[in-house]
Design a protein around this ligand. Structure first.
Ligand code: F6R
Length: 583
C-alpha cells in the first residue's frame, strides 16, 4: 500500500534520501510516485505514474535540498495518474498521505463554497486544502493540524510541509502507521522502518492524533491537547543489508531460505506477559489471507491436542458479525504487518467488548501489537516480498507452541530440535521439474483432508497471487460432490497427505481424480507408493504439530518456480500490496 518518506537535515541531499526511502518501500505495492522538496526556499513537486524509475528519470539528484517529502501511491480515490499521485500542494501546504479521509466529500463541499478548486479526484488534495483553509483562521501550524485531526474522519498518516516554516517538517497520524527516525543533524519520517534503515535504525512511533514538529536537530511531539509528550526511541535489530536480496533472484526466495533461522528464532524467543491459557473455554482466531490460513492450522491443532473449541474467521467478516463470546473467550489476531485494517478493526471490536485479546505479530510496535492485551512476536525479520513465506512459517511455529502450552503436553513438540535442519533439507529439493509440468495450465487443484486442507488453501493462494494461475483448494472428500466435473485429462491436482489416519481415505480420493485423467503431484511424509500419482514429493515426517512447517515449503517453492517460468513479477505481484491498510 502507499508509502511515505520525508527528510529534514543539513548533511544529506533530501532528494536522494527520499528516493532511497521510496525504493525501500517498493515492496508495499504502488502505482505512482512523487516527491516535493525545497530548494532555494522554493517548493518543487515532481510526480509520475508507474514505477519509481519513471520518477527518477525526471529528478535531478544534483540539486541541493535539505527538506522534502515523498510518496508511493496505491490508488483508492481516483485512478492511478500523475494528477492523482502525491504530494499534493494547495497554497501554503504540501502533503503526502496514507489512508483514507472518509468525510472528504463533505469537506470538499465546504472548500468549493470557499473558492477552492481541485486538480485531482483524491481525498488527499481535499485534506491538504482543508489544512490550508483552517490555517487562514488559526495562523499557527500546530493549532491548524490539531484542529484538522478533530475534523478528519477515517485513517491517515500525513507528512506536511508549510511554506511559512521551512525549518520544520510536520507529521500527524490516525490509525495509519507513521514513524519518526532520528539521525545526527537530520531527522526522517516514514510509513515503515525499511525506508530509513539505510541511514539510521533509531525511530519513534507516532500515536493516534499526535502531531510531530521535526527540525534538523529536534523532534517535538504533541498530543491532542497540544501538550508536548515524551516518546520512547526504538532500535531496529535487523540491518539494511538484511532487507536487501543477498544474491537471491527474488526476495521471496531469499525469505524462504531464511525459514530455518526464523523458526529457531521464533520458538526460542523470550515470551513475556502471556495469557493464562487455562482460563479459556473457547478461542476465536481472526486474520486475513495467509494469516487466516495459519489460524486454520491453529484450530486443528488446538482442538485435537488441547480439546478447546476454536472458531476461525476472516477479519473483514468477523468485525461486522454477531460474535458469541464471554469472559472465558480468548480472541487471537494473526498479522505479519500488524497494520491490516480489517484485523485491527476486529481487534478494536473485541477490546470494546472487554474480551481478552492476544496478537501474533511480526512488526514490533505495530498498531495491532499495541492495541492487544497480550502479544507474541514472530521473529521473521523484515519480510519484503508481497507474498508471505517466512512470516507464515513463523506463525505456524507459534501455533505449535500455543498448542503445547494449552495441552501441557511437551511430547507433541518432540521433534522441535530437528526442524531447522529438516526445513533446510526440504528447501533444497528440486521443485523446478514439477513446476515445468504445471506452469502452462490455467486451472490447478489442491486437495487434502484435515490439517492438510488448511495447507492446500495456503498453497493455492500462493500460486494464485504470484503466478496469476487460477487454483482452488478442496477437502479431498468433497470434490466428488460437484467440482470433480472440472477434472479432465492432464488437469494438475496437487494432493497432500501427511496424516497416517487419513492416508487411505485421501488416496481413494486421489484415485478418483486420477481415473478422470488428472496429472497428480503427491506430497506426502509416508512411504506409500503406487500408480495413483504422476510425481511424488517426499517430505520428512515429524510430529503433527510441527508437520505443517515442512509441508508448506514445497507449496511455496512450487508457486515460486511456476511464477518464475511465467516471467511474473514475483516480489511485487500485480494489484497486491504488502500491508493492506484499507478496508
Ligand atoms: C499472502 C499474504 C496476504 C496476507 C494478508 C494479511 O501471501 O501475504 O494474504 O497474509 O494480507 O496480512 P497481515 O499478515 O500483514 O495482516
Amino acid at each position: 500500500m502507499c508509502g511515505i518518506t520525508g527528510y529534514i537535515g543539513k548533511n544529506k541531499n533530501a532528494i536522494k534520501v527520499i528516493i532511497d526511502g521510496l525504493e525501500a518501500l517498493e515492496y508495499r505495492g504502488y502505482d505512482s510516485a512523487g516527491i516535493a522538496y525545497i530548494t532555494d526556499n522554493k517548493l518543487k513537486v515532481i510526480k509520475e505514474k508507474g514505477k519509481i524509475v519513471n520518477l527518477k528519470e525526471k529528478v535531478d539528484l544534483n540539486i541541493k535540498s535539505t527538506l522534502g517529502i515523498g510518496h508511493t501511491r496505491w490508488a483508492t480515490h481516483g485512478e492511478p495518474s500523475k494528477e492523482n499521485s502525491h504530494p499534493h500542494t494547495v497554497n501554503k501546504f504540501t502533503v503526502v498521505h496514507n489512508g483514507i479521509i472518509e468525510n472528504y466529500l463533505e469537506l470538499k463541499d465546504t472548500l468549493l463554497k470557499n473558492g477552492y478548486t481541485f486538480n485531482s479526484t483524491t481525498d488527499t488534495e481535499v485534506a491538504c486544502a482543508y489544512i490550508d483553509y483552517l490555517y487562514k483562521e488559526e495562523k499557527d501550524i500546530l493549532k491548524t493540524l490539531n484542529k484538522a485531526t478533530k475534523i478528519f474522519r477515517g485513517s491517515y498518516a500525513l507528512g506536511i510541509i508549510c511554506i511559512d516554516d521551512l525549518d520544520n517538517l510536520y507529521a500527524v497520524r490516525k490509525t495509519s502507521p507513521l514513524i519518526i527516525a532520528k539521525g545526527d543533524g537530520e531527522n526522517y519520517i516514514a510509513s515503515d522502518v525499511p525506508a530509513i534503515l539505510k541511514y539510521t535504525n533509531k525511530y519513534m512511533l507516532l500515536d493516534d492524533n499526535e502531531i510531530a514538529k521535526i527540525s534538523v536537530s529536534d523532534i517535538k511531539v504533541y498530543n491532542d491537547k497540544l501538550k508536548e509528550v515524551t516518546k520512547e526511541t526504538y532500535e531496529f535489530e535487523g540491518s539494511y543489508e538484511s532487507s536487501m536480496k543477498c544474491g537471491y533472484d527474488h526476495f521471496m526466495l531469499k525469505e524462504i531460505h531464511e525459514e530455518p533461522i526464523v523458526f529457531s528464532n521464533t520458538v526460542n524467543s523470550k515470551m513475556d506477559n502471556l495469557p493464562d491459557f487455562s482460563k479459556y473455554n473457547q478461542i476465536h482466531i481472526v486474520a486475513c489471507g495467509s494469516a487466516y490460513h495459519t489460524g486454520l492450522v491453529g484450530k486443528y491443532l488446538i482442538e485435537k491436542y488441547a480439546n478447546i473449541p476454536v472458531y476461525v474467521e476472516v477479519a473483514s467478516e468477523y468485525r461486522y458479525k454477531k460474535n458469541f463470546y464471554d469472559k472465558n473467550t480468548l480472541v487471537i489476531f494473526v498479522s505479519q504487518s500488524g497494520e491490516t485494517a480489517d484485523t485491527l478493526a476486529a481487534l478494536k471490536k473485541a477490546n470494546d467488548d472487554n474480551i481478552d485479546t492476544l496478537s501474533i505479530v511480526n512488526v514490533v510496535g505495530s498498531s495491532i501489537a499495541r492495541e492487544s492485551k497480550y502479544v507474541i512476536y514472530t521473529k521473521a525479520g523484515c519480510e519484503i516480498a508481497v507474498a508471505t513465506t517466512k512470516a507464515y512459517l513463523a506463525q505456524l511455529s507459534v501455533f505449535a507452541l500455543i498448542t503445547s502450552w494449552i495441552s501441557k503436553d511437551k511430547n507433541i513438540l518432540k521433534d522441535i530440535d530437528k526442524i531447522s535442519n529438516l526445513i533446510e533439507e526440504t528447501i533444497d529439493k528440486n521443485y523446478l521439474d514439477i513446476a515445468k509440468q504445471i506452469y502452462k495450465n490455467n486451472n490447478i487443484f489442491f486437495i487434502g483432508r484435515g490439517i492438510d486442507y488448511a495447507l492446500c488453501m495456503e498453497g493455492s493462494l500462493k500460486l494464485k497471487e504470484i503466478s496469476y494461475i487460477n487454483s482452488v483448494a478442496y477437502q479431498a472428500g468433497e470434490l466428488k460432490h460437484g467440482t470433480i466435473s472440472l477434472i479432465e485429462k492432464d488437469t494438475p491436482v496437487i494432493a497432500i497427505a501427511t496424516n497416517d489416519e487419513l492416508l487411505e481415505k485421501t488416496i481413494s480420493n486421489i484415485k478418483e481424480v486420477k481415473a478422470r485423467g488428472a496429472k497428480v503431484i503427491f506430497i506426502t511424509n509416508s512411504d506409500v507408493t503406487g500408480d495413483f500419482y504422476d510425481y511424488i514429493i517426499k517430505i520428512p515426517k515429524v510430529c503433527e504439530t510441527l508437520q505443517p512447517i515442512l509441508t508448506v515449503i514445497p507449496l511455496q517453492l512450487i508457486a515460486y518456480e511456476v511464477a518464475k517460468l511465467n516471467n511474473c513479477d514475483i516480489d511485487k505481484p500485480r494489484n497486491l500490496a504488502k500491508s493492506v491498510t484499507v478496508e
